[in-house]
Ligand binder design. Structure first.
Ligand code: IMP
Ligand code: MG
Length: 179
């Protein structure tokens, strides 16, 4: 790999510890519910796999895939769902699992779209949040880490579809900050 990624922003140890906490919290909150954990691909794949195994109650797993803009380091302003759920979520308790909430556009669009399928409840869990960049008003129920306005890669997150397999989160060093 080219060395365009720099400092780790969250270490693997910090990640493991935080995901264990989130798993415990979600286990408590969803005990006794008809629970569906929905992963938003591609970015959430690594977080989803770890989070799901930290949750100790029966659940259904499902996924959907979205694209916003494939090439740039910013969301284009248009979200598209490219694959659908396979589970029927009507009357179920749905938790959406995202890699990162930036402007909030993707999360807001997905919550609105999935709500049409009449789930009993729908909440959002994201590994990362950039609160300073939020332009869309959306409630995020579980946040792994709040991070500053830096473009990060690894642990599922990409830059131009690469670096998702980096086992930790790092700040991308090309072009400096996002702004
Ligand atoms: P939002 O719709 O603006 O909240 O952006 C969400 C999507 O933008 C994420 O699912 C990512 O695909 C992408 N994104 C935003 N910030 C970053 C980042 O720092 N690294 C990698 N992808 C990011
Ligand atoms: Mg992306």
């Amino acid at each position: 790999m080219e060395r365009i990624f720099g400092r780790p922003i969250v270490t693997q140890e910090e990640m493991r510890a935080r995901i264990r906490e989130l798993g415990k919290q979600i286990t408590t909150d969803y005990t006794g519910k008809d629970f569906v954990l929905v992963g938003v691909l591609k970015g959430a794949y690594a977080f989803y796999a770890d989070l799901a195994r930290a949750i100790r109650i029966p659940m259904r797993v499902d996924f959907l895939m979205v694209t916003s803009d494939g090439s740039r380091a910013k969301t284009s302003g248009k979200v598209k769902m490219v694959t659908e759920l396979t589970e029927d979520i009507k009357d179920k308790d749905v938790l959406l699992v995202e890699d990162i909430v930036d402007s909030g556009l993707t999360a807001q669009y997905l919550v609105k779209t999935l709500a049409k399928k009449k789930p009993r409840s729908i909440k959002v869990c994201t590994l990362l949040s950039k609160p300073d960049r939020r332009t869309n008003n959306v409630t995020i129920d579980y946040v792994g880490f709040k991070i500053p306005n830096k473009y990060v890669v690894g642990y599922g997150l990409d830059y131009q579809q690469k670096y998702r397999n980096l086992p930790y989160l790092a700040v991308l060093d090309i072009e400096g900050d996002q702004e």
